[in-house]
Structures are given as C-alpha cells and as structure tokens.
Design a protein around this ligand. Structure first.
Ligand code: FE2
Length: 420
C-alpha cells in the first residue's frame, strides 16, 4: 500500500474501516489492514466519502457577478438578458482565469467532478474554446464534463444548432438544450426531439435545462422521457431543473413520474437557484419552485443536485460547497428524516456520479483512490455543519488539507443522527 486511512466511518454507516490505497486505486476496504504502507493516517472515526460531484454548473459565467451590471429583478429572464450583455465583452483569458480560480476553490472542498454547461450561442465559441482548455488543465485533479448549451434557444437563435454541432465536433461531451425558452411549446418539443436525435447519432449523453419555469403547463420533461424511450437512450439522459413539476397538477404528475422512471431519465435539482429564481411572479403565498425530489426518488428516479451558479448574472452567492447545496435541499424539500437527509448526501455524491457516468467512482477495491475526509461523523453531521474538509485525496495523493475547526457543536460519543 502507498497509504492507509485507518478507522474511517463510511457514508453507508460502516465504522472502524481501513482503506488501503495503491497506485492511484483503492486496494482494500476492510476492518483491519496489515501495516504495510509507506504512510498511515488515523482519521479517528471521521466520515470518509467519495468526492463531491456537481451535476449542474455554469463555469463560463461563474465569478462574473456585477459584470457589466447586477441583476435587479432577480429573475431567470433578466439573468439571461444580462448574460447576453456580458457575452460580447468576454475574453478567452478572463473566462479561463475565472474558471481555474473556481476549480481551485472546488478542489479545496473535495468537489472533484463538475458537469458544466457551456453557452454555444456565440459564433466565436469563445467559452467553448476556453473551457476545453480548462478541462485539459484541471484533468489531473478534477473531472470536468462539458455540455453544449444553446442558452438562447436551439431554434430561437439563428446559429445555435450549427454552433452546438461545432462544439460537439470540438470535443464537448454532452448535448444540452433549453426547450422552455424556445418561442413556442411546439418549438420546445421539437428541440427536445432534435437534441435527443443528435445524441443518439453521436452516442452522447443528454442534459437539458428542462421546464425551468413556474408554468405548470411546461411539460417538456414528458417529451424528453418519451424520446429517451424511442431512441433507446436509457441511462444517458438527464432533465435539469424540472421546476414546473412543483406547480403541476397532481393527477398529471401521478402519470408523469412512472414515465420518467420507465425512461431512466435522471432529474437534477438546483436547490440554491430554484429557491431564489422561482416564484418571482407570485404574490403570497410564493412557490418554492424546486422539483418534487422526494416523490421522484420514491418513484425510482435517480436524482442529483447541482450548484448551478456561483456569483454570476443569476446568483450572487455560492461558494463551491456541495454540502451547502444539500443543506438547502433538506430545507426546501423538507427532507428532514434520517433517510431523506442521507438521500440528500447521495444526491451530491453517488447519484450525481451516476448521472455523469463517472468511471471508478466509490469506496470499493478497484475504484479510483479519490476520497474526502470530513470533520464529521456521518452524512447528517456533514450537512448540518457544512463540514470542514480535512483531507482531499485524488488518485491516492493528498491534494488539499485543512486544519480542524474548533469548537464544533456535536453530540459526544455517538453518531449525530437519531434513528427514524
Ligand atoms: Fe443551469
């Protein structure tokens, strides 16, 4: 072994576990490993987890808050308009610099995989070129997956389809879209079909911004599920946001949930952004707007969470901390049972890893030696405290280290969670 982490607690509740790392992989996960390693670290019963995974992000706009001005209304639509004002002013160097800065912040917090949408509605494809460069730069320590995202609409923008195909030719990984932003519902549905066909032809994954609206009649998720079934894209498709589901008729949802489950389409909620952007047209009561996370999970749908935005035209806050995302989800969806809290932890780790199709993810022999040691004893405490990342390990090497925080409010001598 190159390194043994001793006395770890795992997210599934196993305790007193040793994890042996060799040649960048996990070699053993057992209660007591023989002392053969060059280095050993006693983690003293702290939670050791596979890295955090952000299933939905925008790295091309991250950290641009205030450029060229601030979003006054706080709406999605002003955010899109504001981004449209900023786009012509962007430079390659500025995008790369901000993106690399964010990646450093992410890695220091154990966020080692990000799916980022990249806007292709700029004939220069400047952001695409910049983020392809960044993907290569950060590859040793972070898996960056890029989605070709026609922000201004596949059909609403005259050159979007051509640019999307160019971006895929250049090596962008996933097909994106925004059906609710097309001019009509019919155009939106048509865009879903076209985008799924492009993905089927090229053997790619699909991740659409889908129904990011409070309009209960925004039902593009239905088309996305149906097209996924028709084209045999099972397991390769995700619907991001799905906020209209919050407002949909309950009878319709009782038909929709089994369809989504049957199609294998995954759902990606963005709790920080959904609670901020949705419900803006409401008087009181104001809708929360996040999609129906517990119900999707109960129907057997894989649900991941995304950070979506950090300091950009849509959201002034954010810190690259996926535990902050999970923390907001617990509150917005009222997922406060022990089981539900654990599900929120899975949504920023294993569920999102599955959506990205990450190879060798997890804590088992043969997996990549990518691990995070948290200053917490279980997923509940990790979310409650937005726990300190004591160690971040990538391919067996410690790449970030933080000193323990003190004091921490914890229940001494036992896991923080109570049984359901
Ligand atoms: Fe987004």
């Amino acid at each position: 072994m190159d390194l043994i982490l001793r006395n770890a607690r795992l997210p599934d509740g196993r305790n007193g576990i040793d994890i042996g790392l060799r040649d960048g992989r996990i070699a053993a996960v057992e209660p007591r490993l023989a002392a053969t390693s060059l280095e050993e670290i006693d983690v003293s019963g702290r939670l050791v987890t596979p890295p955090f995974v952000d299933a939905h992000f925008h790295l091309d706009s991250a950290l641009s808050y205030g450029l060229p001005r601030v979003n006054q209304s706080g709406t999605l639509l002003e955010g899109i308009a504001l981004w449209g004002e900023l786009k012509p002013l962007l430079t390659m160097d500025a995008i790369v610099e901000r993106a690399l800065h964010y990646c450093d912040l992410a890695v220091s917090q154990g966020l080692l995989a990000i799916r980022s949408h990249v806007d292709v509605c700029d004939d220069r494809l400047l952001a695409v070129e910049a983020l392809l460069h960044v993907r290569q730069q950060v590859a040793p320590y972070l898996d960056l997956q890029l989605v070709a995202f026609p922000q201004d609409g596949l059909y609403r923008s005259a050159t979007a389809e051509k640019n999307l195909l160019r971006a895929l030719d250049l090596g962008v990984d996933v097909v994106g879209g925004i059906p609710h932003f097309e001019r009509t519902m019919a155009d939106g549905a048509r865009s879903v079909t076209r985008l799924c066909e492009i993905a089927a032809e090229r053997g790619l994954r699909v991740d659409l911004h889908c129904d990011e609206s409070d309009d209960p009649m925004s039902r593009h998720i239905e088309t996305l599920a149906a097209e996924t079934l028709r084209l045999g894209l099972h397991g390769r498709v995700a619907g991001s946001h799905l906020t209209s589901m919050h407002s949909m008729d309950n009878y319709y949802v009782s038909k929709l949930l089994p369809l989504i489950a049957e199609s294998g389409v995954a759902a990606i909620a963005n709790p920080l952004i959904n609670i901020t952007l949705q419900g803006r047209h409401d008087a009181y009561p104001k809708r929360r707007g996040m999609t129906r996370v517990p119900e999707l999970l109960a129907a057997g749908v894989n649900v991941g969470f995304g950070h979506d935005c950090v300091m950009d035209p849509w959201y002034a806050f954010g810190s690259g901390d996926m535990l902050e995302v999970a923390h907001m989800a617990v509150h917005v969806a009222q997922m406060t049972s022990q089981t539900a809290i654990r599900q929120c932890f899975d949504a920023v780790t294993t569920n999102s890893a599955k959506i990205l199709g990450l190879d060798g993810y997890g804590i088992a022999p043969g997996c990549h030696a990518d691990l995070v040691v948290l200053q917490a004893r279980d997923p509940f405490e990790a979310i409650r405290l937005r726990a300190n990342r004591l160690l971040v390990i990538r391919r067996g090497r410690i790449i970030a280290r933080n000193a323990p925080r003190s004091p921490q409010l914890a229940l001494p001598g036992r896991p923080s969670g109570f049984p359901d």
